[in-house]
Design a protein around this ligand. Structure first.
Ligand code: SF4
Length: 225
C-alpha cells in the first residue's frame, strides 16, 4: 500500500502502463474511498467514490497485504465483511501517486467463504456493515491521526484513507498525498486528531488545518451521533 502523508507534485504523477491482475484473500477491513480537494484553508471538499477493501492474500502471485478499490454497486451486491474470503480481478493504477488502493477497476468478484453477520452493536471500532456513501457524505468527517488509522481504527467502518489533491498554484500545479479521516461519532474514545496538517500554497508557505474545518464539516452532528 502507499505511504500516507508524503506529497507529490503534479509534474511527478507519471502515467503508468496498466495491466489486469488476479487476487484472492481474507478481508481485513472495508472502508469508504474518497477524494479530497484542498485549497488553502478555504476549502476541504470530500467526494465519496466507493470503498477500499483491505486484504491479506495473494495478488499478482505474491502473498501480502493489499487494497482493492471497488464501487458502491459492487459493495451493495456482495456485502463484503471483515473475515470474508474473496477473489477477483483488478487493474494496476494509471497514476500510482493519486490512488491509495493498490488496484482498482475490480471485476469478477466472488465470495469464497463468508463469516456470520458482523456485530452491528460493536463500538470503537465500529465493525458492522459499511453504510451507503450518502451516509458518509451526510455525516462529514474529522482528521484522524495516521497512526490510529493504521492500528486501533483500521477495522472501523468510519475510518478512511483519502486521496488528497492540494491546489498549490491555482489551475497550474497540484500536490498530492494521502490523509486519514474519521466519519465516526465525536464521542469515540479512540479518536485522536493527530498533528495539524500543512496546506501549502505557492509563495505563501503553508497554512495549517488545525481542526476548525472538522468542526464545520461535522457541525450537523451531535456529540454521540
Ligand atoms: S476514532 Fe473514528 S475511525 Fe477510530 S474507532 Fe473511533 S469512530 Fe472509528
Amino acid at each position: 500500500m502507499n505511504q500516507s502523508g508524503k506529497e507529490f507534485e503534479s509534474q511527478m504523477t507519471n502515467r503508468n502502463e496498466q495491466y489486469k491482475i488476479e487476487f484472492s484473500g481474507i478481508i481485513l477491513s472495508v472502508q469508504p474511498r474518497s477524494n479530497v480537494w484542498r485549497y488553502r484553508l478555504d476549502n476541504r471538499t470530500h467526494s465519496m467514490t466507493g470503498y477500499n477493501i483491505f486484504l491479506s492474500g495473494i495478488a499478482e502471485g505474491d502473498e501480502r497485504d493489499f487494497a482493492i478499490a471497488i464501487s458502491e454497486k459492487q459493495q451493495q451486491k456482495l456485502r463484503f465483511h471483515i473475515g470474508d474470503e474473496i477473489r477477483g480481478t483488478a487493474w494496476t493504477k494509471m497514476y500510482p501517486k493519486l490512488e491509495y488502493a493498490d488496484y482498482y477497476r475490480a471485476g469478477g468478484l466472488k465470495k469464497l467463504s463468508e463469516v456470520p453477520a458482523p456485530d452491528e452493536n460493536a463500538k470503537s471500532p465500529w465493525i458492522g456493515e459499511v453504510p451507503e456513501l450518502t451516509v458518509y457524505a451526510r455525516r462529514g468527517c474529522r482528521m484522524l491521526d495516521s497512526r490510529s488509522w493504521k492500528t486501533k481504527c483500521f477495522q472501523c467502518k468510519w475510518a478512511c484513507m483519502a486521496n488528497v489533491a492540494i491546489e498549490y498554484n491555482w489551475g497550474i500545479t497540484q500536490k498530492f498525498r494521502f490523509e486519514s479521516f474519521c466519519y465516526g461519532p465525536k464521542s469515540c474514545k479512540l479518536y485522536k486528531m493527530g498533528r495539524p496538517r500543512a496546506v501549502p500554497y505557492k509563495d505563501c508557505g503553508s497554512y495549517y488545518d488545525e481542526g476548525w474545518l472538522d468542526d464545520i464539516c461535522t457541525e450537523q452532528r451531535g456529540y454521540d451521533e
